[in-house]
Design a binder for this molecule. Structure first.
Ligand code: UDX
Length: 434
């Protein structure tokens, strides 16, 4: 199939590369010329395992990037994979979606024949019907269901495993309109995903547009709340000297709970959970509903970095002392620092007057933009050397292997927010929930 993807962020680039790899012809549209030329040179614009290989393999043949919306006229399907950030109040910002929808509509005005517009971005319920459809209709002069079709197909990929998640999803959610237009959209989307479903057994959920939009928020809100719940239970465990990981292993055996997403620690970050939980809270409040449990999930998440710092305070006063922060990315396998729990931890250390030295295998340059004035080390060993304390904020595998490096610390105090360092003789060790 001829497919266009608008947006070359995590979702757009991964989707375009994976669909090209599945045998379709892909054009990836982005306004950023640098990103476009990078993709055309066979280089992924983001750090994501496996993505570089796919982009290198298909660039110039089945994958092409462009800044020109005109090129979508030659495609059958257009995925909108544009950012939907939230403002300070948590309200979703649909400016990019509106602009993208308008540009797509302007091209469809000149196009004969069917075209399917698919919303990939995370948008609050009714956005497809009340924002995307009217914008495309106005710009194209055509009516949804007649001049073009529309669908909502949320993405559940995780950073760090995006290619795998896209190639081997648990589920594919297809939200469409009622009636013949919806059936047509489903047929087209089945054709898009046919190569992926042929290789991998995923559940396909066929549903309405606003249900598809809500499924994405429910998925992320549920997972974020699950982590906050195990963090809350973990905080109680800590008060009793109980190991929260032993408790989690046991409760995870109940098939209704399951073993996943029960790693308690310094909390969740990233580009999705914080933004999406904030957006659905804001949307619910606009409807007059107070989502207390989700607000509590956010409050617990904000508390975790403070608890980590509080544990540090029980061991040492860090004013004027060198303190290492191990892990700057919001999770391992990515250089993304958005909403990383390392950020409030570093802020807290700066407030306490500490000399902060950060280390991360890949996220240092991104964190340097956020905190230009702290020191950055080239290795965990270098960060630990002479430090009076170390706080672990990301569960990178390489931290598990640290051992003799702790001997170079001025005071061997380690406060672990991710359960990657083992308790050992000679180390003053505190786990946040164990
Ligand atoms: C998430 C969703 O998992 C994905 O389906 C959605 O499409 C986008 O948002 P992502 O943000 O890439 O993906 O990372 P994820 O692996 O879900 O981790 C999110 C945060 O939760 C990280 O900060 C991670 O450290 C934290 N986490 C995760 C925990 O603290 N404990 C856990 O048990 C799992």
């Amino acid at each position: 199939m001829q497919i266009s993807v608008i947006g070359s962020g995590y979702v757009g680039t991964t989707l375009a590369a994976v669909l090209a790899d599945a045998g379709h012809d892909l054009v990836n549209v982005d306004l950023d010329e640098e990103i476009v030329s990078q993709i055309n040179d066979g280089v992924a614009p983001i750090f994501e395992p496996g993505l570089d290989e796919l982009v290198a393999e298909h660039a110039g043949t089945q994958l092409r990037a462009t800044t020109d919306y005109d090129d979508i006229a030659d495609t059958d399907v257009t995925f909108l994979a544009l950012p939907t950030p939230t403002d300070d109040e948590g309200k979703i910002d649909l400016a990019a979606m509106r602009a993208g929808s308008r540009s797509v509509g302007e091209i469809l005005a000149e196009k004969d024949g069917d075209h399917l517009v698919v919303v990939k971005s995370t948008v609050v319920p009714t956005t497809t019907e009340e924002v995307v459809v009217p914008t495309v209709e106005e710009a194209s002069g055509k009516t949804a269901g007649e001049g073009f079709d529309v669908a909502m197909n949320p993405e559940f990929l995780r950073e760090g495993t995006a290619v795998y998640d896209c190639q081997e999803p648990d589920k594919i959610v297809l939200g469409v309109q009622d009636g013949a237009a919806g059936e047509r959209a489903l047929d087209t989307l089945h054709e898009v995903y046919e190569p992926i479903l042929a290789d991998h057994d995923a559940s396909v959920v066929e549903t309405g547009l606003r249900e598809a939009e809500m499924i994405k928020y429910a998925n992320n809100a549920f997972l974020a709340a699950k982590i906050s719940l195990i963090n809350e239970l973990g905080n109680i465990c800590k008060e009793y000297g109980v190991d929260a990981y032993e408790v989690a292993d046991a409760i995870g055996l109940d098939h209704r709970i399951g073993p996943h997403f029960l790693r308690s620690g310094v909390g969740w970050g990233g580009s999705c959970f914080p933004k999406d939980v904030a957006a659905i809270i804001h949307a619910a409040r606009e409807k007059g509903y107070a989502p207390e449990l989700l607000e509590a999930a956010v409050a617990v998440n904000e508390r975790q970095p403070q608890r980590l710092l509080g544990l540090l305070d029980t061991h040492t006063d860090v004013a004027g002392k060198r303190v290492a922060v191990l892990g700057l990315a919001f999770k391992p396998g990515t250089d993304d620092i958005r909403e990383s729990r390392a950020i409030p931890v570093i802020e807290g250390l700066i407030e306490r007057g500490a000399d902060v030295v950060g280390y991360d295998p890949v996220a240092t340059e991104n964190m340097r933009e956020h905190f230009p004035d702290i020191e950055y080390a080239d290795s965990a060993a270098a960060a630990l050397e002479g430090a009076h304390a170390a706080l672990v904020t990301t569960d990178w595998d390489e931290f598990e292997a640290l051992d003799g490096e702790f001997d170079a610390m001025a005071d061997p105090v380690v406060i672990d927010g991710r359960r990657v360092i083992e308790r050992r003789d000679g180390l003053t060790y505190e786990g946040i929930t164990w």
